[in-house]
Design a protein. Structure first.
Lengths: 336, 585
């Protein structure tokens, strides 16, 4: 297992390298980071534009810039991924892309973790119930909810949930749910309890939206997987041996049925960091998704590269974890 | 199984209907009360009223400020200016009518005076009551450091300063007298500045005046260019806790919001009544209406015009909405490096075939019926300096027959419906613009007009406006410039053959001379004369065809008075936000 893990980790290096070359090229082709500067009114002095070009290394060729971005050799000490420097940002010399990414990651994880845990719990529960009560009213209802959440675009779902939250507030006369930001604008003078309530009030609606989008797909996986297992020979054998139904379900069926979901969840969790872009936009959370959108808006090449490398690394690691988990959960699979 | 699916289908329809109803149904109540009804007639005073003491307001700003100071390109945006407004003292501001410049007589003891025209010298006199929030008097030293912070390295006053404009390089000295209460500004020899009143104003690149004593407190030696450069960097990275205006910043960051509270040392006539003003950065327009409905925000005057937001806001009885002509004006430009488009007659014919009135009616007039074609490149139609330079040329009239006649007279011929010259097909031309509802419709209409005179146009949207313009990667381009009441440098930026923003490479020596004169005029009247003359020649040369001013809007809940839009200022509605208040009962 260890050898396999090391081998897989080593295999990610050329993969990341290739991805970085491709994305660097695409980002470079997507536009000039100083384009806005060149059309500003009143016009920005030429010497200021030249200085910015030099600071962002735009006075060097594309291959030179890529090598510089990767290694930092020949730079001003602010660039070089291998040295832990993500490069200069169009947002100024003092803007540390690495620090911003770490800070934003914390915000995103706060949003994502609760949503994913809830989504997973609900998906397993509803998937199992749907499978056990196949073609019943309960199954149809859960299927309907799942497909509705699956079919609805995230921004639309988010907008609807916000509307519902505002409606509840208006009906109760209290601001229970908030529609923008991770906290209220002015929390000075709040007690700990008020602060906690404020954080929760801001968390509920985006969490619900994110949870529904995750839940929808997972519950379908879980239902299908559970049905497949329930119809398998060894479950029939377990029942024929006279084992109680709950034991059959819990020990034999559910454990096996969780294997496909585990791998799907591992990969989806990594993808959620990307998928949270829309949720963070709709609810105005300043997390990684918002970082990505801002980087695109500002044509901030190195910030965009930083985000893409973080995202790419997360997906590759998640895939690795999924493969390893598969080996752990399924006794038929052994990595040599 | 089919039987069982019926309830599912029914439930699905019910849920979908509920969702649609929740999302789309208009809110209870009919039309909103219209506190802005008299803004068209009284733009400087509409929605005025008595204020109650206390309260707070959360104002939406639609993009993130790039820094804590607006001096540099990274911080130099309307968002930074709006965030910082009320903190820095300033010498004045443009009123919403775009014609009145109001001197800030809270800071100044009298109207600024032009002392001499050679060298060009003007003077500000500061009121003795004007102080920073730590009690330090506001003096000429503050004007001097602001000037130095606004100059490029080339001027020699600041090492490392990267201002977003070199306007202040033309100042030779800023000197104090009378104990620092008189500020004398002298320009370099041979230079005049018709907009001298506008220097150190709320709309200038600094957004006001920076304190010199804070630099010293922070350990920067501002008698040296290095020290000034260090202060420049510090100002951009540090939230200002000093104030010389009606408000001070008490908390905030560049990602979510800043909180302003009244400055207890404010020396002005009108005291703020609101306890807090929160400037909240909400970058997605789709979030605003629900935030307003939920009481998380109370108003906004964004840069861009959002049709959906305006329509939704109009359905809210507690929201006041006003649409007016904004500072950004759309226009069609030619790339004169294109071999065909070098011919002025072809350009004239193309501009004549374009029906600007039709484009206006089919785009922005849908929501802003007062919209009308713009007939001057430099001045809006309601500017006191406006002269119509377009109508007399026939350009923008959509007169297809006249356009065809221009082409035939110039030696062009038609093979069937195709325009040719010496047997060669003219064009096709690449018409480019960034994509939005207005520009998409407009470019499609232009394509159809030009088809009528036998010219094929290919529409190619771009995401990278600056890059497309800088690379001259177009034949015909639609985009927008932002105009302000400070106009003297604009003609030079648009048309000077040495300007980097003259993207289509227009060259006319007479225009070069006129735009220089406009820049260097000693009064606004004189500058306007030169600007109008240059615009007339540019129109005759058919280089740029103005279309219309894009509308802008303000919306605010009906709890507040003295809130009104100011399209003449980068600050928009925030331009006098210390006068805002809750409606007195």
């Amino acid at each position: 297992m260890l050898a396999y893990t090391v081998r897989r980790l080593l295999g990610t290096i050329p993969l990341l390298l290739a991805a970085s070359i491709l994305t660097f090229l695409l980002i470079d082709l997507s536009g000039d980071p100083l384009a806005d500067l060149r059309v500003q009114q009143p016009p920005v002095p030429e010497e200021v534009i030249k200085a910015e070009e030099a600071r962002l290394y735009l006075d060097r060729s594309l291959p030179e810039r890529y090598v510089l971005w990767l290694t930092g050799i020949g730079g001003n000490g602010d660039i070089g991924l291998l040295r832990g420097k993500f490069g200069p940002s169009v947002q100024g010399a003092d803007y540390d892309i690495g620090h911003a990414l770490a800070e934003r990651l914390g915000t995103t994880l706060r949003l994502v973790s609760a949503a994913l845990l809830l989504a997973l719990g609900l998906a397993i529960l509803s998937g199992v119930i749907s499978a056990l009560r196949q073609y019943s009213m309960v199954d149809y209802t859960l299927t309907l909810i799942g497909f509705l959440a699956l079919a609805m675009p995230t921004f639309w779902l988010g907008a609807l949930i916000k509307e519902a939250g505002v409606w509840v507030n208006q009906q109760t006369g209290y601001t229970i749910f908030y529609t923008v930001g991770a906290t209220s604008a002015d929390t000075r003078g709040f007690t700990t309890a008020q602060l906690l309530a404020d954080h929760l009030g801001h968390l509920v609606l985006p969490t619900l939206t994110l949870m529904l989008t995750g839940y929808a797909a997972w519950s379908r996986y879980q239902r299908t997987s559970m049905l497949e297992v329930l119809n398998s020979d060894y479950v029939r054998l377990a029942r024929a041996k006279g084992l109680p139904n709950r034991v059959v379900l819990r020990r034999h069926a559910l454990r096996t049925a969780l294997i496909p979901l585990t791998t799907v969840v591992a990969v989806t969790v990594a993808g959620t960091v990307d998928g949270v872009i829309l949720i963070e936009t709709v609810f105005q959370w300043r997390g990684l998704g918002d970082f990505f959108v801002e980087a695109i808006k500002r044509n901030d090449s190195y910030a965009l590269m930083g985000w893409l490398m973080l995202s790419g690394t997360a997906v590759i690691i998640a895939n690795l974890i999924a493969d390893l988990l598969y080996g752990v959960l399924d006794p038929r699979i052994r990595y040599e | 199984m089919r039987e069982k699916s019926r309830p599912t289908v029914g439930a699905a329809l019910l849920i979908a209907a509920l969702f649609a109803f929740t999302a789309c149904a208009p809110h209870e109540g009919s039309e909103n009360t219209d506190a802005f009804a008299d803004c068209a007639d009284n733009p400087n005073t509409c929605n005025s009223g008595e204020r109650a003491e206390g309260g707070s307001i959360t104002w939406i700003v639609d993009s993130l400020p790039g820094a804590w100071a607006s001096l540099s390109p990274k911080g130099g945006s309307v968002y930074t200016l709006q965030m910082l407004h009320g903190i820095l003292p300033n010498t004045g501001y443009w009123e919403p009518d775009g014609a009145t410049f109001t001197t800030n007589l809270d800071l100044l003891a009298e109207e600024p005076q032009l002392i001499d025209e050679d060298p060009f010298t003007y003077q500000f006199k500061i009121r003795p009551e004007a102080v920073w929030d730590d009690g330090t008097p506001i003096t000429a030293a503050d004007f001097e450091i602001t000037w130095k912070l606004s100059t490029t390295e080339e001027a020699g006053h600041c090492k490392g300063c990267q201002p977003r404009s070199d306007t202040y390089n033309q100042i030779a000295s800023v000197e104090g007298s009378d104990g620092g209460s008189t500020v004398t500004v002298t320009l370099v020899d041979g230079v005049a500045d018709p907009e001298w009143r506008d220097r150190f104003s709320a709309d200038n690149i600094a957004g006001g005046i920076y304190p010199a004593h804070i630099a010293e407190e922070q350990g920067f030696d501002i008698t040296t260019p290095e020290g000034v450069g260090e202060y420049f960097q510090w100002l951009h990275t540090t939230m200002p806790t000093f104030s010389g205006g009606p408000y001070r910043l008490v908390e905030g960051d560049l990602k979510t919001q800043v909180i302003k509270e009244p400055n207890p040392q404010w020396y002005g006539e009108v005291q703020p009544t609101l306890d807090t003003v929160v400037i909240r950065f909400l970058t997605d327009e789709g979030t605003w209406i629900s935030a307003l409905d939920n009481g998380e925000a109370h108003g906004t005057s964004p840069v861009a015009f959002g049709q959906d937001t305006v329509e939704q806001a109009r359905q809210r009885p507690n929201l006041n909405v006003s649409i007016t002509e904004g500072p950004s004006w759309e226009h069609i430009d030619f790339n004169l490096d294109n071999e065909w488009l070098k011919d002025v007659e072809l350009r004239r014919a193309i501009f004549t075939a374009i029906d600007v009135e039709d484009i206006t009616q089919r785009t922005i007039a849908q929501l802003y019926p007062e919209a009308e074609p713009r007939t001057n490149h430099v001045f809006s139609n309601d500017s006191p300096y406006h002269t119509d330079v377009i109508t007399e040329t026939g350009q923008g009239s959509g007169d297809i027959d006249a356009a065809r006649q221009i082409l035939l007279d110039a030696g062009y011929t038609y093979e069937g419906d195709t325009l040719t010259r010496d047997g060669e097909k003219v064009g096709p031309f690449r018409l480019r613009s960034t994509s939005n509802t207005v520009r998409d419709t407009s470019t499609e209409l232009i394509q159809s007009y030009l088809a009528e005179i036998g010219i094929e146009v290919t529409i190619e949207p771009t995401d990278d406006l600056g890059g497309t313009l800088a690379a001259q990667d177009y034949d015909i381009m639609q985009y927008g410039w932002s105009s302000t009441p400070s106009f003297a440098t604009a003609p030079s930026q648009y048309w000077s053959s040495t300007s980097d923003s003259n993207f289509g490479r227009y060259h006319n020596e007479e225009v070069d001379e006129l735009v220089e004169r406009a820049r260097n005029a000693s009064s606004l009247d004189e500058a306007a004369e030169y600007a109008n003359e240059a615009a007339r020649i540019v129109a005759q040369d058919a280089y740029v065809l103005p279309l219309f001013n894009m509308p802008v809007y303000i919306l605010v809940t009906d709890d507040y008075v003295n809130v009104r839009d100011n399209p003449s200022s980068s600050l928009r509605a925030l331009y006098q936000h210390h006068e805002w208040g809750l409606v007195a009962q």
